[in-house]
Design a protein around this ligand. Structure first.
Ligand SMILES: Nc1ncnc2c1ncn2[C@@H]1O[C@H](COP(=O)(O)OP(=O)(O)OP(=O)(O)O)[C@@H](O)[C@H]1O
Ligand SMILES: Cc1ncsc1CCO
Ligand SMILES: [Mg+2]
Length: 263
């Protein structure tokens, strides 16, 4: 098994600037998650500047949670800029199966070469063209039901695909892992999946093996959730405790606490 903590150590050493075009709901929590982990977030979405900003960063993440026409133009221009600069970019296809608008955005962004895609099971099923039962931004499908779709999506796009839920599944088409870290309070706080997408971006900046870097980001976030669950009294204090746990988990603690199996 790879040394998961080494990926955290490399990310903190590099302390990458991560350019995020994300949704209104996620902006603050996602920026705080990236700061707590040791990366530098920048939320830059105006079409007038987004593509100019992208090459300044170590990675780009694009989240379609609250889309509108000008934002979509900025997403496409930034994804193109990342492609041209050889920068990894991560797609978070929030509620992609819900409307025709989102399905079109998802298809257009997929064609722009994401290095990784991170979504819940319903989103990965919908993005791959399979039937999905998502409830808005929430999943209504089990992770196991999306594993085949994830592998197919990885093979057709070349991206690492991460399906999150009670036990996450990550694949690059050839290899697969299950990540059992996490806490049941995590889906009860908004935008934690969106924030995790930012962490995947941070771990991909400069990473040699993008699939194991993605697994490490998921194990780290899930382990922080476990730590937060030990002290939190409910969703409010859980969110605060999660930030504290992200800041205090060491690479050695991640290596010891990662519950990852090859799948
Ligand atoms: N029931 C659960 N038990 C443990 N961990 C969970 C559970 N559900 C989700 N998680 C963890 O929560 C994190 C976010 O994943 P989730 O699948 O909820 O994202 P999401 O649906 O895209 O969230 P959002 O769109 O609200 O940002 C991941 O680290 C995942 O492992
Ligand atoms: C609740 C919600 N609605 C659109 S984006 C978002 C954040 C979680 O994906
Ligand atoms: Mg989501």
């Amino acid at each position: 098994m790879p040394d998961w903590g080494a990926h955290l150590s490399e990310m903190r050493q590099c302390a990458p600037l991560v350019h995020n075009i994300t949704n209104y709901v996620a902006m603050n929590v996602m920026a705080n998650v990236l700061l707590a982990a040791g990366a530098s977030p920048a939320m830059v979405h105006a079409v007038e500047e987004a593509a100019e900003f992208t090459p300044l960063a170590g990675a780009l993440t694009i989240n379609i949670g609250t889309p509108s026409g000008p934002w979509v133009a900025a997403m496409e221009a930034s994804a193109q800029a990342a492609q041209a600069a050889g920068l990894p970019w991560v797609l978070d296809p929030v509620a992609v199966g819900a409307t025709a608008f989102r399905r079109e955005i998802g298809a257009r962004l997929l064609a722009l070469g994401p290095a990784a895609i991170r979504g819940n099971a319903s989103e990965i099923l919908a993005l791959s063209g399979a039937a999905a039962q998502g409830k808005g931004a929430d999943s209504a499908d089990p992770v196991a039901a999306a594993e085949e779709a994830a592998r197919a999506l990885a093979c057709s796009t070349g991206a690492v695909v991460a399906v999150t839920g009670p036990v996450d599944y990550v694949t690059d088409g050839a290899r697969g892992w299950r990540v059992a870290n996490g806490h049941p309070a995590m889906p009860r706080v908004t935008a934690l999946g969106c924030s995790l997408t930012g962490l995947v971006g941070a771990f991909l900046a400069g990473a040699g093996d993008r699939a194991t870097a993605t697994v490490a980001a998921l194990a780290y976030f899930g382990l922080a959730g476990e730590r937060a669950g030990e002290t939190a009294a409910g969703p409010g204090s859980f969110q605060v405790a999660l930030l504290d746990a992200l800041a205090t988990i060491t690479p050695d603690a991640l290596t010891a606490g990662a519950r990852v199996q090859a799948a």
